[in-house]
Ligand binder design. Structure first.
Ligand SMILES: Nc1nc2c(c(=O)[nH]1)N[C@H]1C(S)=C(S)[C@@H](COP(=O)(O)OP(=O)(O)OC[C@H]3O[C@@H](n4cnc5c(=O)[nH]c(N)nc54)[C@H](O)[C@@H]3O)O[C@H]1N2
Ligand SMILES: Nc1nc2c(c(=O)[nH]1)N[C@H]1C(S)=C(S)[C@@H](COP(=O)(O)OP(=O)(O)OC[C@H]3O[C@@H](n4cnc5c(=O)[nH]c(N)nc54)[C@H](O)[C@@H]3O)O[C@H]1N2
Ligand code: SF4
Ligand SMILES: [Mo]
Length: 721
């Protein structure tokens, strides 16, 4: 294969655009194009969210753009080998196979899959709705959507930290913005607030960089956030530190909440969470008395069976202290004047909606996001309905979804699997058709379309690589070929024009303008009230009660826990999976030398005492085992951890290995489970807080490729295919 060359679509010069080398950041960057190539990618100091911040992933995008192993043309499987085909042939094949499957089994037999919230996602969800399938695979059950959905129900939308409003205290809870820049946040915002003197409270089982910088660090036992948040609420209520004006003027059911808090004891909170009462009392007092105070929370609290109630208890803290929708607190920002992303496409017909599996996970069901085990089961058993095809745009399902072994079985038994990606990932290797996707440097689009800080910005196409196309372009063509309702545009730009209509701008004009923001208004609830049955902030949710759920946040011991002696005897350590590392977005980037050299292999953090017991030193390969399976990561000793807790990285696969060890050897989702019990409302699985055991790896267990090391291997660019 000759070396591919990305071709510029713009003249040499400097271009403002929005990075998307991770799924969430959209940091403003300036890309310099010289002699038709990327000369540099730098942070844009004028960006109102990222303020010039840039990270290693953005810089590595230049390597990504021209990577010799990128998929350049559509490919179709021919037995055990691959054949490059034209777009026309690939699209014709996919469209006709999908129509056949739809006509034979119904549209629900076609699953659409994607990963985290990426800017093109409205296209894949729009495609699903137009096709009429409720069979959607994504990460909604345990990432972000629990807090968004609950917030929509209780207060209208997700309240995010108003960093521009100068919080006097920030409480970071189950989040690690230093490494992850999640969703609407970029670390530079928090850093700015801290430099301006904000106090910092961190709730995290690990002593992250931020925890080390904090005024108070609460080292919580994984998956017990509800109990800790309720304990803090108890302090705030009992010590009369709550905001009477908000509680009396704008909330309901406070007496019930107070009684709920009286029903739990501090001894119980301490025992469940392993946080000393004196510490969380101090944190509660500070959080309640510094004004304004902001709560920035993340997936650390959502990836377990207590996801939604943890989100609820945290929202209660925000409301209780009067920090809701106030400057420097947690604000529900009005969206920018663009059409809501889902309004561009037809809605899922009600009769198809009704078919969504998993009505017992009511909140997930309401938004058509069934827990994934139900979809894998449908593929494998044909119940509640057969699922025979899957379109996977931007998700390395085999590595990023719990219970990888089952995911593998399900994906392998489909009649048609289509994957759009940049590289031949382990998931793409299982496909029948692989489509080359465009990176952020190769596409036009509205960045942060679906975020909650109220901004959108323009991401512009600067290059073309091979025949790669943006996801929007691919889905638009597929939708048109299949005659789906709503897929009426001939070019993606027409959809962008339509999205921007409320702002009175065309895409071209927006490109020149660069960004838009909605109006910033505070305390909107005074006029608008809350969207609850009572119109007030409900400390006891009428909607949850109406669905037959506990109406106040309650704690449930995780399905595997130290409290269960039978599991704990064999698997004595508590495992959290998925702490982010800055160089990698989920399972991406392992083939980029610039990133791989920064962090060549996955690490599991363990306490030195735990390591000494099994004869392990820093850097040794260890085997981590759960009831589901075994993987290998390297031990990183950390004296600040609870000696019973281990924290493993996620997203690991090895492009340099050809066989199954590529995705099995270090993939933490070999260890996780997807089956019930799950979070009762959103179906979140237990990714943080499962039980494991760790031992030294035997030399024979470790694949040779890993022993050679990244630096000395004949390159990590061994053919992917
Ligand atoms: N570099 C990089 N950036 C990313 C990603 C990536 O893979 N790499 N992924 C993106 C995605 S998909 C997401 S959702 C966001 C996530 O970003 P965040 O929401 O900030 O979440 P994490 O970075 O996972 O940080 C979670 C923190 O919670 C802690 N934690 C683990 N279990 C618990 C618990 O039970 N309770 C509490 N209180 N804390 C716990 C972990 O130790 C960790 O420090 O990051 C996004 N950004
Ligand atoms: N054990 C455990 N599992 C987890 C988590 C955890 O903490 N622990 N975190 C969960 C969370 S919060 C999330 S959101 C998911 C993330 O899961 P995913 O979003 O599935 O993660 P990625 O590995 O980033 O997969 C994206 C794939 O799409 C490709 N890609 C990237 N951008 C694009 C694009 O624009 N178009 C196309 N077509 N392809 C693209 C990449 O090359 C990559 O192969 O993982 C979840 N899984
Ligand atoms: S955080 Fe994400 S968006 Fe920001 S520079 Fe890094 S990769 Fe790009
Ligand atoms: Mo996520």
């Amino acid at each position: 294969m000759e070396d591919p060359h990305p071709l510029p679509v713009v003249p040499d010069g400097s271009y403002r655009t929005a990075c998307r080398a991770c799924a969430h950041g959209s940091c403003g960057v300036i890309v310099r194009v010289r002699d038709g190539s990327v000369a540099s990618i730098e942070g844009d100091p004028a960006d109102p969210v990222s303020h010039g911040y840039i990270c290693a992933k953005a810089i590595a995008s230049a390597e990504m753009l021209r990577h010799p192993r990128r998929i350049r043309r559509p490919m179709m499987r021919d037995g055990d080998s691959w054949r490059e085909v034209s777009w026309g042939e690939a699209m014709e094949y996919v469209a006709s196979r999908l129509l056949e499957i739809r006509d034979r089994y119904g549209p629900e037999a076609i699953a659409v899959a994607t990963g985290t919230n990426r800017d093109f996602n409205q296209w894949i969800y729009g495609f699903a709705s137009a096709l009429g399938t409720p069979t959607v695979v994504n990460a909604a059950n345990e990432c972000y959507i629990p807090r968004v959905t609950l917030s929509r129900m209780l207060i209208g939308d997700l309240p995010v930290v108003d960093y521009e409003g100068n919080p006097g205290l920030v409480m970071i809870w189950g989040a690690n913005p230093v490494e992850s820049n999640p969703d609407e946040y970029v670390y530079s915002q928090l850093d700015g607030a801290l430099r301006r003197g904000a106090r910092l409270v961190v709730v995290d089982p690990r002593r992250t960089q931020l925890a080390a910088r904090a005024d108070i660090w609460l080292r919580i036992r994984p998956a017990t956030d509800v109990a800790l948040a309720l304990g803090m609420a108890k302090v705030i209520v009992e010590e009369d530190l709550y905001d009477h004006k908000f509680v009396e003027g704008h909330s309901c059911c406070f007496d019930g909440f107070r009684a709920h808090l009286s029903g739990i004891s501090h001894a119980w909170v301490e025992e469940v969470t392993r946080v000393a009462r004196s510490d969380y009392v101090r944190a509660a007092r500070e959080y309640a008395s510094v004004k304004p105070a902001a709560l920035h929370w993340g997936v650390g609290v959502e990836q377990n069976v207590n996801a939604v109630y943890a989100d609820y208890a945290l929202l209660d803290l925000v409301a209780l202290t009067g920090n809701l929708d106030v400057p420097g607190g947690n604000v529900i920002f009005d969206p920018p004047p663009v059409r809501p992303s889902d309004s561009l496409f037809p809605r899922l017909p009600p009769a198809q909606r009704e078919k969504t599996p998993g009505r017992e996970y009511r909140m997930a069901w309401e938004i058509t996001r069934p827990p994934l085990y139900l979809i894998w089961d449908a593929v494998l058993t044909g119940r509640p309905y057969p699922v025979r095809a899957m379109l996977d745009f931007a998700s390395n399902l085999l590595v990023t979804r719990p219970n990888s072994a089952k995911v593998r079985r399900a994906l392998s038994s489909l009649d048609l699997l289509v994957v759009a990606d940049f590289f031949m990932t382990p998931t793409a290797r299982l496909a029948h058709v692989v489509l080359p996707a465009a990176t952020w440097l190769e596409q036009d689009g509205i960045a942060d379309y679906r975020k909650h800080h109220g901004y959108v910005s323009a991401r512009r196409r600067l290059f073309r690589f091979g025949e790669a196309r943006s996801d929007a372009e691919i889905l638009l063509e597929l939708g048109r070929r299949m005659g789906l309702p709503g897929f009426r545009w001939t070019r993606v730009e027409e959809a962008l024009d339509e999205a921007l209509e409320p702002a009175g701008l065309t895409w071209e004009e927006f490109l020149r303008l660069g960004r838009l923001r909605g109006p910033v208004r505070y305390r909107k609830y005074v006029e608008r009230g809350f969207p609850t049955p009572s119109g007030r902030y409900e400390f006891s949710s009428g909607q949850l009660a109406g669905w037959g759920y506990q109406s106040l946040p309650v704690f449930r011991e995780p399905p595997e826990s130290p409290a269960d002696p039978e599991v704990a005897r064999e698997y004595p350590m508590i495992l959290i999976t998925g702490a982010r590392r800055l160089p990698y977005m989920a399972s991406e980037g392992r083939q980029l030398e610039g990133l791989r050299r920064l962090h060549p292999y996955p690490e599991v953090e363990i306490h030195p005492d735990a390591a000494a017991r099994i004869g392990v030193s820093d850097g040794d390969w260890v085997a981590i085992e759960t009831r589901r399976g075994r993987i290998l990561q390297r031990a990183r000793l950390n004296p600040w951890l609870d000696p019973q807790v281990a924290s493993a990285e996620y997203g690991w696969w090895y492009p340099e290995i050809r066989g199954d060890a590529s995705w099995r050897a270090s993939n933490v989702n070999i260890l996780t489970d997807d089956s019930p019990p799950l979070d009762p409302l959103m179906g979140a699985t237990n990714l943080r807080g499962l039980m494991c055991r760790i031992r030294r790896a035997e030399p024979g267990e470790i694949p040779q490729e890993l022993l050679r090391g990244v630096g000395t291997a004949p390159g990590i660019l061994i053919p992917d295919i």
